[in-house]
Design a protein around this ligand. Structure first.
Ligand code: SF4
Length: 458
């Protein structure tokens, strides 16, 4: 269990300001292999544990306008009919994938992400939920989440989302400051956001999450604090505060922002420090990486009782499920196999229409991946590695297997990020913000890899 508080050590964070994976999977998705064989993808589904619960993810790539900072897989369009055609293919993909499974499986988690899932009409969203229920057993206890864009919904649409079964909702806000909004091409009034939040409460959503971003043009501590105060006063259950990574070579739209207005690394750190202090003072619990939650939220409770998991959607309470991804670019994880769909809409549709799983990339875990992935998950979700638990699980000693990591770990221990003992590793308060650095020691793929392509750790 994560039983150490968070300590923000500015000097240490500056010293460790390097790039690294976010570990929403291990290995990270850039290690997946291209042209993954269809037969292997089919076998992963056919041989999967028939009684294991499922987590379903649907990717809806469409956005009416493009926010310049965004690194998601998205398709700009205003043609609503594209949404209806897309749902047609999603339904065909549901049929195809469910036919490969041995039986209708119980779903504990379902999530629609994007892009902008609320680009889809009410009718198409309802149709998607009905068709999913026809093929999977979505229990009354299932967590059904959707990302909404407050600019594309009103109170009626939000009530409709609750009616068709969604009980969790997250919304992008990023920053209320008009100058920042203009610079990033996302003009979204405070009123739109607050009305969406109030409508979600009235509709009975069990968990409401707000996304903010720091590091955008024209932001400074005072401006960001103004946004943060307003969001805190609206009392969402969860707040995610993402670090904007400026990588215009990878995401060309980012070049449209005024680079000279980007805050300096020191300003970004000051914003982050103020954010952490404000949110913890307001009663939010630091979950890890960019995530904060109210003390009575499921994520905070899972952190406390040691059941927190990390997956493609960030932190989760349901990591022990097979994950099925639907739609372009979505990623699934079944048994010990990662499967990532084709990214182009036409190619994805052609594969589905031809009765082929629309998988482009994939990866089957090796024995070493299982061990490294387990340790990284333990560090990121529980803040410790218990050597006895490792032995029970893998039948060999933790320090025997990972003896080669000792010099790097001792350096981290010397800086106060972790403490080492014969029975494993404990993350210390100064290490919580730098948890990715600890995890990276156990990443076998990094040894022969380029870290520069990843975002900065802070
Ligand atoms: S931030 Fe959301 S709405 Fe904006 S471009 Fe990215 S996916 Fe679309």
């Amino acid at each position: 269990m994560f039983n150490v508080p968070l300590q923000f050590d500015l000097d240490l964070i500056r010293r460790y300001d390097r790039s690294g994976p976010r570990y929403t999977s291990y290995p990270s998705a850039d290690r997946f292999l291209s042209n993954f064989p269809q037969a292997k993808a089919e076998a992963a589904l056919a041989n999967s544990n028939p009684v294991r619960d499922l987590s379903l993810y649907f990717h809806v790539p469409f956005c009416e306008t493009l926010c310049f900072y965004c690194g998601c897989h998205r398709v700009p369009t205003r043609k609503r009919a594209r949404g209806t055609a897309y749902v047609d293919v999603l339904v065909a993909e549901l049929e195809l994938v469910s036919a490969h499974l041995k039986r209708a499986r119980h779903v504990r988690q379902l999530h629609l992400g994007g892009g902008t899932p609320t680009f889809l009409s009410d009718e198409d969203l309802a149709r998607l939920m009905v068709e999913t229920r026809r093929r999977f057993d979505i229990g009354a206890d299932a967590q059904c989440g959707i990302e909404i864009d407050p600019r594309s919904v009103d109170a009626g649409r939000i009530a409709h989302l609750a009616e068709i079964g969604f009980n969790r909702l997250s919304m992008g806000v990023q920053d209320f400051d008009p100058e920042v909004q203009k610079a990033v091409n996302r003009v979204q009034s405070e009123q739109q956001t607050m009305e969406a939040l109030a409508a979600a409460r009235r509709a009975g959503f069990r968990s409401i999450s707000v996304d903010l971003i720091y590091g955008l043009p024209y932001q400074d501590v005072a401006r960001f604090a103004t946004t943060l105060d307003k969001i805190v006063s609206s009392n969402p259950d969860r707040i995610a505060v993402y670090n904007y990574a400026h990588m215009p070579d990878r995401f060309p739209a980012q070049a449209a922002m005024p680079a000279e207005a980007l805050p300096s690394p020191d300003t970004k750190l000051a914003i982050l420090q103020h954010t952490i202090e404000s949110l913890t003072a307001a009663g939010y619990v630091y979950i890890g990486m960019d995530h904060f939650a109210r003390a009575d939220d499921e994520l905070a409770l899972a952190l406390q009782d040691g059941t927190l998991q990390r997956n493609f959607q960030g932190y989760s309470t349901h990591g022990d499920c097979d994950m099925l991804g639907f739609g372009v670019s979505s990623i699934g994880f079944v048994g010990d196999t990662f499967l990532q769909n084709l990214k182009g809409i036409d190619a994805w549709e052609q594969a589905v229409r031809a009765g082929q799983l629309p998988v482009q990339r994939g990866y089957v875990l090796s024995d070493d991946d299982r061990r490294c992935g387990y340790v990284i998950q333990e560090l990121m979700c529980r803040g410790e590695v218990d050597a006895s638990a490792f032995r029970r699980r893998f039948g060999e000693g933790f320090w025997e297997y990972f003896g080669h990591t000792r010099p790097a770990l001792e350096q981290l221990a010397g800086d106060g990020l972790i403490s080492l003992s014969p029975n494993g590793i404990q993350v210390m308060p100064r290490g919580r913000m730098l948890i990715r650095h600890v995890a990276m020691v156990f990443d076998s793929h990094l040894a022969h890899n380029r870290v520069a392509q990843y975002s900065k750790v802070i």
